[in-house]
Ligand binder design. Structure first.
Ligand code: ADP
Length: 400
């Protein structure tokens, strides 16, 4: 799936993709994927091709070879560098199930195959998500909307955890607007761990293992992906990357609380989530939605960070509460959640962030670094559970 091959510069066309897929036999070997109308929209972005194959959710694991065959057929085309095929149980537009019948969540079929000796897909109803080998905890950083500083918080939280002595990775799941490469100043492409391997070696920035869609596609490539494709890409970034031994992997979630985010929260074995909000009321309503989203899938919310909390004027020395102030703290109290801290608006933080020099490493003695390290400490303490140091087990996430 991550296969990288160098071919002539030649843009593949949808027709060619469909022609290649028409040579792949359907699930029961009667007919082909195209004539059986099982191929979703084909998205072509430069030399990347993405598509989904509609299958019965209960047969997802059994049909993995079909997915691979489809991928292989398309990857042979000239002008194709990467192919991402996802099996989806998503009901096609126009053929929605009758009221009362709930379709499986987008991406539910992307669950990895059960470990050896575990029950098969039919028995999956009550099965937990498999963890990521070597990764002890996964913590999501989420926000109700974009532009509130979620990625800035993710990166500095990750570096704060690292500064507190932990082995940390960061997964940029904000597939629509990946910013971790820029924030960590990393360029380059992840390479397979060995020739022909599907598993990629993560890149590294300031000691953090990092993976982002931004490493795999150009920054200005539009990514109009449908839910299942997003899920498939994210599952690969989570599970087909050699993370090595990590105490914690920070997942910078896509902004918002829509279906893709809900599915991601449901499909990832999260130990907890941090919600970032600005003090504005609107953002707080969004933050509440974020909280509800994680509650729905049984993921503990570790607390709220109020970002762009106030502005300390270096000229007049006064504190300006531009967006109002304290809303997140009050809200956290009302919701019975830990308030993790308030991070002021700061030009220096923005300049450092946007030039790939995160403040926690580039200004280790700054006020902001102190804040992020304190936030990291609180987050880690609650990940580990109570003061007795009891480890909180990853929540049991049920794939319905
Ligand atoms: P999101 O991930 O929520 O979209 P980002 O982390 O990308 O948000 O931040 C959006 C912009 O705001 C970036 O330019 C970032 O440098 C800036 N920013 C974030 N937090 C602060 C802050 N506390 N002070 C000043 N600028 C900030």
């Amino acid at each position: 799936m991550w296969r990288v091959a160098f071919r002539d510069v030649h843009m593949v066309e949808k027709q060619q993709v469909m022609a290649a897929l028409s040579k792949v036999r359907g699930p029961d070997l009667d007919g082909d994927l195209v004539s059986l109308d099982l191929v979703s929209d084909v998205v072509i972005s430069g030399d990347n091709v993405m598509f989904a194959i509609t299958v019965d959710a209960a047969r997802a694991n059994e049909l993995e070879p079909l997915r691979q065959a489809a991928e292989q057929a398309v990857s042979k085309l000239d002008g194709v560098e990467k192919v991402m095929a996802a099996l989806t149980a998503e009901v096609k537009a126009g053929s929605r199930p009758a009221a009362g019948q709930t379709p499986p969540p987008a991406g539910a079929n992307m669950a990895p195959p059960p470990p050896m000796g575990q029950p098969g897909p039919k028995a999956q109803a009550a099965q937990t998500m498999a963890g990521v080998p070597g990764v002890k905890h996964i913590v999501a950083v989420a926000s109700g909307k974009g532009g509130v500083g979620k990625s800035t918080t993710s990166v500095n939280l990750a570096l704060g955890l690292q500064a507190n002595g932990l082995k940390v990775g960061i997964l940029d799941a904000d597939i629509y607007g990946p910013s971790v490469p820029r924030l960590l100043g990393i360029t380059g492409r992840p390479e397979p761990v060995s020739p022909g391997s599907r598993t990629l070696r993560p890149l590294e920035g300031f000691g953090l293992k990092a993976m982002s869609m931004g490493f795999l596609v150009e920054e200005d490539t539009p990514m109009i992906w449908r839910g299942p494709m997003v899920m498939s890409a994210l599952q690969q970034m989570l599970r087909e990357v050699a993370w090595g031994d990590l105490d914690v992997l920070i997942v910078d979630m896509p902004p918002g609380t829509g279906d893709a985010q809900l599915t991601l929260a449901q499909q990832t074995p999260l130990s907890g989530a941090v919600i970032v909000s600005t003090p504005q009321d609107l953002a707080l309503i969004d933050a509440r939605k974020g909280l509800n989203m994680f509650r729905k899938v049984n993921v503990p919310v570790l607390g709220i960070v109020e970002n762009m909390s106030y502005f300390m004027c270096t000229k007049c020395g006064e504190r300006h509460e531009i967006f109002g102030h304290g809303g997140a703290r009050d809200e956290a109290e009302k919701l019975g959640l830990p308030f993790l801290g308030e991070v002021p608006l700061d030009k220096d933080l923005r300049i450092r962030s946007d030039s790939g020099q995160p403040i926690v490493v580039s200004a280790p003695d700054s006020h902001h670094t102190g804040l992020y390290r304190a936030i990291a400490e609180t987050v880690w303490t609650s990940v580990l559970g109570d003061s007795a140091g009891q480890k909180r087990a990853a929540p049991r996430i049920i794939v319905e």
